[in-house]
Design a protein around this ligand. Structure first.
Ligand SMILES: C[S@@+](CC[C@H](N)C(=O)[O-])C[C@H]1O[C@@H](n2cnc3c(N)ncnc32)[C@H](O)[C@@H]1O
Ligand SMILES: Nc1nc2[nH]cc(C(=O)O)c2c(=O)[nH]1
Ligand code: SF4
Ligand SMILES: [Mg+2]
Length: 208
């Protein structure tokens, strides 16, 4: 098979970066985790903090065996697959291999492509820029909505209605608007206690 075919089968993937750090966001904030950041995203969030990931063609294509071998070099056994938009790819083979090696598998996704892979935790961050694929709503363990504009609160409530009943709900201020929206998010959550707050703590800790 050629590279295109191998990527289509999820046996090789474009890898922007992989790094061992502390999960900065959401339910596992503070947990040491190995991040696998896949290249490529077609969603186009204006405030994306990793726009350099968007062009998959910029990044080397690696066999999943190599990706997993590199992850094993670190003490932690929590992996976060992110991007770019990781669900652009078939994550079945990578997650199966990770789990066979004893990793807990988490994903950060916009849900904008059909769900694939075997995950212990699915963090679903819906975007106005590309409608989520229907398959994400029953898979999501966490709904994490980025607040960039006042209208994002209604957007968040719309998606809270669509996810499964035990899906955790978090609001995350868009980084450049944090000063403006943190007080608003605090007030919103205190009045609607199903909503919790997620901050990009890695940026406060000055770690990747
Ligand atoms: C870079 S995205 C990659 C994974 C996937 N494409 C997604 O959007 O969930 C990882 C997380 O960072 C969030 N994010 C990206 N840029 C942000 C920003 N400027 N402020 C706050 N959160 C941001 C996304 O909403 C998502 O929850
Ligand atoms: N430390 C750290 N935590 C994160 N949580 C989600 C991230 C992402 O870019 O997917 C991220 C990230 O880039 N760094
Ligand atoms: S979906 Fe994620 S990676 Fe893609 S543009 Fe939006 S925040 Fe960035
Ligand atoms: Mg990030």
């Amino acid at each position: 098979m050629n590279t295109k075919e191998l990527v289509a089968k999820g046996l090789e993937l474009p890898l922007m970066e992989a790094f061992y750090t502390i999960q900065g966001e959401g339910r596992f904030t503070g947990y040491p985790a190995y991040f696998i950041r896949l290249g490529g995203c077609d969603v186009g969030c204006v405030w994306c903090d990793v726009k350099e990931s968007w062009d998959s063609g910029k990044w080397p294509v690696l066999a999943i065996e190599k990706i997993v071998e590199d992850a094993l070099a670190f003490p932690g056994r929590l992996v976060v697959i992110t991007g770019g938009e990781p669900l652009m790819y078939d994550l079945g083979p990578l997650t199966a291999l990770l789990k066979s090696k004893g990793f807990t598998t988490n994903i950060e996704t916009s849900g904008a492509h059909p769900f694939s892979g075997d995950f212990d935790w699915v963090c679903f961050s819906p975007k106005k820029f590309k409608k989520p694929h229907p398959s994400i709503y029953q898979q999501a363990d966490e709904l994490k909505v980025v607040v960039f504009h006042q209208s994002d609160f209604a957007f968040a409530e719309e998606h809270a209605e669509l996810v499964n009943s035990n899906c955790e709900q978090r609001l995350q201020p868009e980084w450049s608007k944090a000063e403006k929206f943190i007080p608003v998010i605090i007030d919103f959550a205190k009045n609607r206690p199903k909503w919790k707050i997620s901050l990009q703590t890695h940026k406060f800790m000055d770690i990747p």
